[in-house]
Write a protein of this length. Structure first.
Length: 86
């Protein structure tokens, strides 16, 4: 596990969540626990505590390494590659 994220240069500072739902879960008729937003492209997906883990699936399919929580009151981010909080 790295002490720092080496992918900060990939973060798009202009992103805001377009939705407060997991679109893939909605399409499947499933529920989610918490939502995460990709800091590279803005994709919203459900967390790893959710059945479908769409945020992590997005990382595996795109290689976009950094996400952040879009839950009210949460201010943290995560780098999948470096396995560290932002």
């Amino acid at each position: 596990m790295a002490d720092t994220c080496t992918h900060l240069d990939q973060i798009n500072e202009d992103l805001t969540p377009e939705t407060h739902v997991c679109p893939e879960c909605v399409a499947l008729g499933d529920r989610w626990v918490h939502l995460r937003m990709c800091l590279v492209c803005g994709h919203t997906g459900c967390c790893d505590s959710s059945k479908n883990k769409h945020a992590t699936k997005h990382f595996h399919s795109t290689g976009h390494p950094v996400i952040r929580s879009i839950e009210p009151g949460e201010e943290w981010g995560w780098c999948y590659v470096d396995e560290t909080y932002l």
